[in-house]
Ligand binder design. Sequence first.
Ligand code: ADP
Ligand code: MG
Length: 388
Amino acid sequence: MPQQNLFIHKVLNRLDKIDPAQVRQYVTELHHTASQLADIIEAVHEGILLMDRTGQIKFYNRQAALWLQIPDAPHRTLSIHNPIFDAQLSRILSHSLNTSTVAQSDISLLTPRELTFRVSISPMTNFNDWLLITLEDMTAEKSSLQLYEQLARTESLMKLSAGIAHDIGNPLNSIGIHLQLLRQDIASLSAADKKKIASKISVIESETARLDKIIKDFLKATRKHPLRVKNENLNRVVEEALRFMRPELLEGNIQALVTRDDKLSPFLFDPDRIYQCCLNLIKNALEAMPKGGRLDIVVSHKNKIASISFKDTGVGIRDDVLPHIFEPYFTTKKEGSGLGLMTVFNIIQEHGGRIDVQSKAAKGTDITLILPMRQPKLQLPTPQSRPV
Ligand code: ADP
Ligand code: MG
């Protein structure tokens, strides 16, 4: 038995012999400690639950109530067999009712967007033999790991492709020049021969032009110029992009809405390139909803981080497709270029931001651009501009 409990037992056995003032002081101290502990349990970022060995949740903190979407009532108790309790978690907890060892597993819950949690279950031998269950949000770790892997893959692919694209440029130029020379050479041939050869030259010319366009588009998409940052209002850029796409969205039977963040002050970013990102994402959303639907664009900020979320009710992205969407030339569309998201990825990277993608096949996609809000440096007056 732990020290504290031994002490309490001694006190309880001799309660009638102790000075009432001392008892009052002790109870006050105990109450103080208990309410401090309760405050701590409510303030931690983890979800905390206590379960007895019959599957009754005897206590859960506010974070657990929020994530599991269970009532945040004053006496938080609930059975894990209650249908409002998440089925996945209920299954895991049922399996551990008789456990005497610490167990851990990861689960995904929709609360209301998909989050990944690490569930840890530990027996509390000194506390009625109940089980302590903690829920830790692992979503950021999981998506940043995925993003890091994606980044590494995309970067190496891009380096390789940009090198090849550049090298193809030179022979392509030379082919173009020789085709022109060939046209001059055939001028002296008979009309019949000239016609025969000229039509073949035309085919080669048009194919060469096509190749040239592919290469130029690729180099344009991968070229990194320095950012031209300005102290801009993000709401304005997003609204402008939507205004530009509005006719196409209307034609596609898509209801699109921007929720501005009026408390968001201007910060440093490249407005032209963020505009380009917005166009690409709106275009993708449009293409994901061939039968019409809804596009919600939400601008928001928190702790010097601004974000724009593009949430559509489109076809969604299958789990096996998701890891590839930022790769150059990756497309699932007949007429797709596969360069849109790669461009977005590069631009957001250059801004020191990141992209969060949540998608469910047949339900829709939510792509969020996350940007650090850099502020212009305070301009100190130069000696010349100082008033004399
Ligand atoms: P493209 O649009 O030319 O196919 P992108 O790089 O813009 O190229 O997108 C790559 C792929 O990512 C798309 O082909 C599609 O499969 C998927 N994708 C992107 N955005 C969405 C979306 N909003 N909904 C569903 N799928 C999407
Ligand atoms: Mg696209």
